[in-house]
Design a protein around this ligand. Structure first.
Ligand SMILES: [Zn+2]
Length: 572
């Protein structure tokens, strides 16, 4: 039985002159011509998703001459990419209109490809990587890339084994590659340095009718692309004898289009032995046989921290690479803050380090809101959190410090300290030490939860004494008895969540996530160079609390901490 949608779409396609091919369960297939400006193009349309989450598949049955060769939007198997997946919402309530829209767009794309060589070239270049990965048979072999620096010429070539399929991994640092691979449950086989070459070019690759299939193609293509790169390749083939120790040569090219990889066989040992004495002899041989030696494309999956941890922020924006951060508290708030920091790149890059300070062990009452769970009970939160972060983010440099934060040496010589304990007395103590640690002390971010998760609050305090300090959040005149300066509760005394007499205040599971989200937004602002507003509030929508505006509060006159003169201190 055809569904009403299938019947309606079938009638529509027949009216448009397409012919029914077959129907298998949900899938309906028709063939016919798309009327393009340059003539009719025979296509096959396959509709299998009637929710139209995946667009109907349109395949060009026979390519017209004007669309020969590697093309943007047209895969090696003639699949036509007419909408970028997810870019257009088709009307699932009107399947005829949805299918009509797809056929119309397919016609537009084919017309543009055939007619406009500028468009064609622009699209081809823009989609170079996508074409590299899908535009020509045979498909490329996927390989994984770790960190590769701008100056790298020789990369390590390693192989990940033990999973469902083995794969090659390239990078500057074997230890980094190993930590990534081990985290996926595989082992790493290291083939040593010198078996892979890296080339860098700032030119866009040339538009070509086909990607390289032989060493001859590779040389022609590289020469047309960037003569300097071609020359560098020839130089290494002629003078870099070490590559002949290996039977296979791997090449990686960093270009504005992204990373492209290629590989070819260097022949058996008897052929290479000649080159080991004089590589120019081997190079001559390679040129002589260049049309016979097959080149395989590599599709590069970038797993490097530089790529992975830039994704949240946009490649242009700054991340936490190279920053030294201390997070105080590995509890409900702290554990979520820690996760967010690591995902922003904390613990990556040269000297980058995230330190988590907590003296507490995991208790049953923590399980429902800490990032950690049952396996961590009876264990130190800091230790467990660090282990969990390392498991998820193996290249991050994360350290634990089990103990009292007030005894941590040189605390404020990091780049940033975040107090996520939510214990006001401890925050007061940290604040006193912070503001007496001298002007070079790093900023401190305080983040806490009010009441039963009714609100969260964060305060940014700079060492340069710009704005209010943590103690400025309570009034200081004799009558007010250190009442809160920014009231949140309407009736009761404000109650900041803490562990009084081992009692854990129950609160919404969302509260620590809101607190962590707020903290990570302020950290992102810090990376951009300006944290403002420095005091932020977020109330739960249905909470019966006073709404406070985000603001940059001035220091309170006669604040017991920040209005006294700056003292030199041993603390920082
Ligand atoms: Zn103050």
């Amino acid at each position: 039985m055809m569904t009403p949608a299938q019947i309606a779409v079938s009638q529509y396609l027949v009216e448009r002159g397409l012919a029914y091919v077959n129907r298998r369960r949900e899938t309906l297939r028709f063939r016919g011509n798309l009327m393009c400006l340059f003539g009719d193009v025979p296509v096959e349309i396959t509709i299998s998703d009637w929710d139209f989450i995946r667009y109907p598949h349109i395949r060009v049955i026979e390519r017209p001459a004007c669309l020969d060769g590697v093309q943007a939007h047209l895969s090696a198997l003639n699949g036509l990419c007419y909408f970028t997946p997810g870019s257009v919402l088709l009307n699932r309530h009107d399947p005829v209109a949805a299918v009509g829209q797809c056929l119309a767009q397919a016609t537009v794309v084919l017309n543009e490809l055939a007619r406009d060589s500028t468009y064609r070239q622009g699209e081809f270049i823009r989609e170079y990587l996508a074409n590299w990965d899908a535009g020509q048979q045979p498909p490329p072999i996927p390989v994984v890339k770790g960190s590769i620096a701008d100056k790298t010429t020789h990369m390590n070539v390693t192989f990940a084994e033990g999973g469902e399929f083995p794969f090659a991994m390239f990078g500057d640092d074997v230890d980094q590659l190993r930590s990534i691979v081990v985290s996926t449950g595989r082992t790493l086989r290291d083939r040593g340095n010198n078996s892979g070459w890296v080339f860098h070019t700032d030119r866009w690759p040339p538009m070509s009718e086909a990607f390289p299939r032989t060493v001859y193609d590779l040389f022609t293509w590289a020469k047309a692309w960037d003569p300097n790169m071609y020359q560098a390749l020839q130089d290494r083939l002629g003078y870099d004898r070490a590559y002949l120790n290996m039977p296979i040569l791997f090449l990686m090219i960093r270009s504005p289009a992204g990373w492209l990889g290629l590989t070819f066989d260097l022949g058996d040992r008897s052929q290479r032995i000649l080159g080991m004495r004089k590589a120019t002899n081997y190079r001559q041989r390679l040129h002589r046989h260049s049309r016979e030696i097959t080149v395989t494309r590599l599709s590069v999956l970038d797993w490097s921290p530089e790529f992975v941890y830039a994704r949240n922020l946009g490649l242009e924006q700054k991340n936490l690479f190279g920053k030294r951060i201390t997070l105080i508290g590995g509890g409900a708030i702290g554990s979520h803050v820690a996760k967010a920091l690591v995902q922003m790149g904390a613990g990556q890059g040269k000297h980058g380090r995230l330190r988590i300070v907590d003296h507490d062990t995991m208790e049953g009452g923590n399980v429902s809101r800490n990032l950690l769970g049952y396996p961590s009970l009876f264990k130190f939160k800091a230790t467990e959190l660090v282990a969990e972060l390392r498991r998820l983010h193996p290249t991050a440099n994360v350290e634990e410090e089990v103990g009292d934060v007030l005894k941590v040496d040189a605390l404020f010589r990091d780049d940033l300290v975040i107090d996520a304990t939510g214990e006001e007395a401890l925050s007061e103590a940290i604040n006193v030490r912070h503001l007496t640690a001298g002007v070079s002390a790093c900023p401190v971010l305080y983040v806490r939860i009010y009441g039963q998760g009714d609100a969260v609050q964060a305060l940014w305090v700079d060492s340069g004494r710009k704005g209010a300090c943590f103690a400025c959040l309570r009034k200081n005149d004799p009558q007010s008895q250190r009442e809160p300066r920014f009231r949140i509760g309407k009736t009761d005394e404000p109650q900041w969540v803490m562990r009084g007499c081992q009692a854990v205040t129950p609160y919404a599971v969302s509260a620590p996530m809101h607190a962590a989200a707020m903290a990570s937004e302020m950290v992102a602002d810090w990376l951009q160079g300006n944290v403002s507003p420095r005091l932020r509030f977020l109330e739960r929508p249905n909470a019966d609390v006073i709404h406070n505006k985000n603001q940059n509060p001035e220091p309170l006159p006669h604040c017991p901490v920040c209005s006294s003169p700056i003292q030199a201190s041993k603390v920082g």
